[in-house]
Design a protein around this ligand. Structure first.
Ligand code: MG
Length: 214
């Protein structure tokens, strides 16, 4: 393993088994038909990721606590997540969750008190039950949070970038990282684009492989 490794890990669909944003807008917002339509617009380039997330979140008319209780009941984490974080802390590899979703939702599952080692780079959301949920994005670009920009900052600090992800918002990050762990549509994308990557199903496999390469 190279010097100064840093693990950057996507949240939705990577640390969680279900995507919290898809779950929220499907179950508590505009419904599955609407969400499918947005996904299609996104894939065909008719909508930016920022517009897609903003549009979906505005359809949710629920207070935060109510939504949080439902999420905590329905969303489970990858069974390898805890040990991966504990291990990275023990051997001193920084661990950052890098997400196109929201701090407020990530911290429901990865609270700072329980996971002081984990840093979070994400957008913010204000749960407005009257106007719909309002997004506050990290940057002004078409992604809302450009993961590649965040990774580039780490590279400029001289870090070796290990990236773990599963989906659409991870593509540019996978292009930038030194070492990529991918599943689902990100694995398909990496294969199509000729990006070198390790395919995985559970985060425990990622940990084993990083350990072996040290
Ligand atoms: Mg994801």
């Amino acid at each position: 393993m190279k010097i100064r490794p840093h693990i950057f890990c996507d949240f939705d669909g990577t640390i969680t088994e279900k995507d919290t944003l898809v779950f929220l807008s499907t179950r508590l917002g505009a419904g599955p038909e609407f969400v499918r339509g947005i996904g299609e617009d996104l894939r065909l380039g008719r909508m930016t990721l920022r517009e897609a997330i903003d549009t979906e979140m505005r359809t949710i008319r629920l207070g935060f606590d109510e939504a949080a209780a439902i999420l905590q009941r329905e969303i489970t984490l990858d069974s390898g997540f805890n040990t991966l974080v504990e291990w990275s802390e023990r051997i001193g590899i920084p661990f950052t969750i890098i997400s196109a979703g929201f701090h407020e939702l990530i911290r429901l599952f990865v609270p700072a008190e329980k996971y002081p080692w984990v840093n979070v780079l994400a957008n913010h959301v204000e749960a407005d039950p009257v106007r719909g949920w309002q997004c506050h994005f990290r940057d002004d670009g078409p992604f809302g949070h450009d993961k590649q920009t965040s990774l580039r900052e780490a590279r400029n600090r001289g870090e070796y970038l290990i990236f773990i992800g599963d989906g659409f918002s991870d593509r540019q990050a996978a292009e930038m990282a030194d070492e990529v762990y991918a599943k689902h549509s990100l694995a398909v994308y990496c294969r199509e684009q000729g990006i070198e990557f390790h395919e995985y199903q559970n985060l425990a496999e990622v940990q084993r492989r990083i350990e072996e390469s040290r």
